[in-house]
Design a protein around this ligand. Structure first.
Ligand code: ADP
Ligand code: MG
Length: 294
């Protein structure tokens, strides 16, 4: 490929709302045969809403919302945003939390009104904090996931106190974009830290049958490397801090322009529009640019 042709491709990319880090990026796009898609914020809007609240026996619902909302106030995760907004709408102003910490891909902990509050993946609460869910909360969790919702567990002072379910919606253009990837001969894979049942529900909504779920942020890059070991040339599309290493490991890292700065820095391409159609445009553009100059 001549440098001039690649630069023309780069300019056309900008017109399509695709920001390319350098002309060399188009070159590496040519052989891409697999496209890995992050779920939350990439295939879905990531604008989650609090859908249901299940307090454990003896726990006051308003208290559950106050403490959980306060603990999540320091987190930038879409789940946290949904919980904070939902809690404020139902109980008003939230108390301030102290000593907030978050663990990427697992959950958050904070001190609220003297209680050590934990909110996150039920398995994280079990394995890291030895907090088991009573049967009634386990039932609420299973029922929420069966409905395609993401459920998080809440505990304070060493005991499970409730389940909160949040729901997300698929972006209106995601299904058409997946059809376009298939037309381009790409194998689409949905990759997420969320649980398998929710991931499969989203996958079937957009036409993706291959789903890799329950993946920790640190493991997302391993999934990319494993595919590359099979001889695949992999594009990865993501938006989150938790996608950055995977974006950098992929043969082509595509960041959503609405995503976090870390993801944008890690990607080779940035999509200005928050939809996946632009990812298909980018792959088509690079193929066309390279065919023209052969
Ligand atoms: P994704 O890959 O879909 O972007 P993440 O890796 O960010 O998902 O998160 C995976 C899981 O970790 C979530 O489904 C949730 O159970 C838990 N989690 C992460 N951050 C938080 C948070 N701030 N509050 C509650 N749960 C969280
Ligand atoms: Mg995401």
């Amino acid at each position: 490929a001549t440098p001039t042709a690649l630069l023309v491709g780069t300019g056309r990319g900008a017109q399509l709302g695709i920001l390319i880090k350098g002309p060399q990026v188009l070159e590496s796009t040519r052989r891409v045969d697999t496209i890995v898609l992050d779920k939350t914020g990439t295939v879905t809007t990531g604008r989650m809403t609090l859908a249901a609240v299940f307090p454990a026996t003896g726990v006051d619902e308003a208290q559950l919302l106050r403490l959980t909302g306060s603990a999540e106030d320091g987190s930038e995760h879409p789940i946290a945003a949904a919980i904070v907004a939902g809690a404020k709408a139902q109980v008003g102003a939230l108390p301030a939390a102290e000593s907030f910490t978050s663990e990427q891909g697992f959950g958050v902990q904070a001190l609220v009104e003297g209680h050590l509050v934990l909110v996150g993946r039920p398995r994280w609460l079990a394995e890291q904090w030895s907090i088991e869910l009573p049967a009634e909360l386990r039932t609420a969790l299973d029922a929420s996931e069966a409905q395609g919702r993401t459920a998080v567990a809440v505990a304070w002072d060493g005991q499970a106190r409730g389940i909160l379910a949040v729901s997300d919606v698929v972006k209106p253009t995601s299904r058409a974009a997946v059809a376009e990837f298939l037309r381009l001969g790409l194998r689409p894979i949905l990759l997420t830290g969320d649980n398998e049942i929710v991931a499969r529900a989203v996958g079937s909504e957009v036409g993706i049958t291959e789903v890799i779920a329950g993946v920790l942020p640190a493991e997302k890059a391993d999934v990319i490397l494993a595919l590359q070991k099979e001889g695949r040339v992999v594009a990865m599309v993501g938006d989150g801090v938790n996608d950055a290493v995977a974006l950098a490991s992929a043969d082509l890292g595509i960041a959503m322009g609405t995503g976090t700065d870390v993801a944008i820095e890690a990607g080779d391409l940035t999509l200005v529009r928050a939809d996946l159609i632009a990812a298909a445009d980018a792959i088509r553009l690079s193929r066309r640019t390279l065919t023209t100059i052969k």
